[in-house]
Design a protein around this ligand. Structure first.
Ligand SMILES: [Zn+2]
Length: 117
């Protein structure tokens, strides 16, 4: 979740703005164009849509980023795992170049952890 480069920082900012504006725009479209007018209930329905949208957006953002940051921490403490999928590379040979599960290149930190064993 913590951005390490300017690009990651801008991506995080864009995602947060999208997550904030998305439910509000969706609630506006639903209450003004799709749903029949229900007087004072329009704003209440909009509030429910916005709060539900925020809950879904925050949950998706946390669920998407949490496994990756956990894998980063594992690599930092010397546990060789695939950064893409989290496959445990401890059974791999020291000169392995690709993850046996997904085929992605092995992170240099995982490679050095494998060669130290
Ligand atoms: Zn993998």
């Amino acid at each position: 979740m913590i951005p390490r480069t300017w690009k990651q920082g801008f991506q995080l900012l864009f995602n947060v703005l999208l997550a904030m504006a998305g439910p509000a725009v969706l609630a506006y479209i639903i209450t003004t164009h799709i749903m029949p007018s229900m007087g004072k209930w329009n704003s209440r329905v909009a509030t429910v849509i916005i709060l539900g949208g925020y809950t879904i957006a925050i949950t998706l953002m946390l669920r998407r980023d949490m496994p990756r940051s956990l894998r980063q921490k594992l690599l930092e403490i010397g546990v060789p795992v695939c950064i893409a999928r989290g496959y445990d590379l401890r059974g791999s040979t020291a000169n392995a170049e690709r993850c046996p599960e997904c085929g992605k290149g092995i992170d240099p930190r995982a490679a050095s952890a494998l060669s130290l064993r």
